[in-house]
Design a protein around this ligand. Sequence first.
Ligand SMILES: [Zn+2]
Length: 181
Amino acid sequence: MQATTADHALERAWAVLESVPDPEIPVVSIRELGILRDVRRAADGQLEVVITPTYSGCPAMSQIAEDVAHALDTAALAPYRIETTLSPAWTTDWITDAAREKLRAYGIAPPTGQCGSGAAATGEQPVTFMPRSGARPLPTPACPRCGSQHTERLAQFGSTACKALYRCLDCREPFDYFKPY
Ligand SMILES: [Zn+2]
């Protein structure tokens, strides 16, 4: 797996791109959100970055590609190619546990439940959420500030389409909930 000559450009590209923040939630990186899928050498030897959009039509996506390009340009890593892949589709399951904690600290309730199999040890209550079925109500997110489960949804869409607006009934603070997807 390890070539005799390390691919320094590839290593630097990973290092640079791991610190690219999400344009909407700057406390987490695109790597932590699972948007940055791969940094690799394509068959023709060119540096290739693979990103997967979050919610379809998320307006942040073109911004993310621009940020990736800017980071690579700044690090003098051109030429490169940015590939956008839609399969497998992005899911909130790809958000790392560390990023979930950062979201909570930032005041955004991280997605509850798991869309796939295997419950990650996030400290969340084990809620099974069936995505896209429309039949089940969303699990109630805990307030990111006080931890209360006593919350209510104010709006289906919060500051962006990716989030819903909730309010804590204990501390009375509204908060964004990163919807499971
Ligand atoms: Zn609260």
